[in-house]
Design a protein around this ligand. Structure first.
Ligand code: FES
Length: 198
């Protein structure tokens, strides 16, 4: 009982302390919830502005990853006259350079040059359209043979037998100053229709 009476007296004898507390409540500058809201609002604004400004930088950094990687330059196979007298498919190995993200990759690829009955040259990739093994020309069979699952193709690259879903893939070719040039590309495997990989 004695202690309760003492507390009441303290409040009554220090009225200025009570007034000061009430003043803070009515003055909006010291409202903690408003300050939190302002901090949150400024934070969201800063993040949004930083996000908008960073988009061009991110696009610039990721650009190599978004580019097509299968586009290659033309490869020179030498004078077309070198193939004029041959009657069986001629194998050649070419070096191609591709961009894989930020890396420059140089690869060796095998191709076959075939002279048709009309004397026109065609070029095939040696990559089997089944699962990507390298086909080989076999003189004794007069066929291209795939060693992996016995796929067989005619001298013109037509599918004869085995699991490959389509003929051998022809490559784009052209004659420049009497030289045979080709553009190497990779194609999707296991599909019936020839489809350039992008
Ligand atoms: S990879 Fe050529 S037949 Fe399967």
């Amino acid at each position: 009982m004695i202690e309760e009476r003492t507390d009441i007296e303290m409040l009554e004898t220090k009225p200025e302390q009570t007034v000061a507390i009430r003043t803070d409540d009515h003055d909006g500058h010291r409202d903690p919830s408003r300050r939190s809201f302002l901090r949150w609002f400024l934070g969201i604004g800063s993040v949004s502005v930083a996000g908008v400004l960073s988009v061009p930088l991110i696009r610039f950094a990721l650009d190599p990853l978004m580019r097509t990687t299968t586009q290659t330059d033309w490869s020179d196979l030498g004078p077309a006259s070198d193939f004029a007298e041959v009657n069986v498919p001629q194998k050649r190995t070419i070096s191609i350079t591709q961009m894989d993200g930020w890396r420059k990759v140089v690869m060796e690829k095998s191709i076959y040059v075939v002279k048709g009955n009309d004397g026109v040259l065609s070029v095939f990739t040696a990559t089997c359209p089944h699962l990507g093994c390298s086909v080989k020309w076999v003189d004794t069979n007069n066929q291209f043979k795939c060693p992996c699952h016995n796929g067989a193709f005619s001298p013109e690259g037509k599918l004869i037998s085995g699991p490959p879903p389509r003929d051998l893939d022809t490559l784009e070719s052209r004659l420049v100053d009497g030289h045979l040039q080709i553009r190497y590309q990779s194609f999707r495997q296991l599909v019936k229709t020839k489809e350039v990989l992008a």
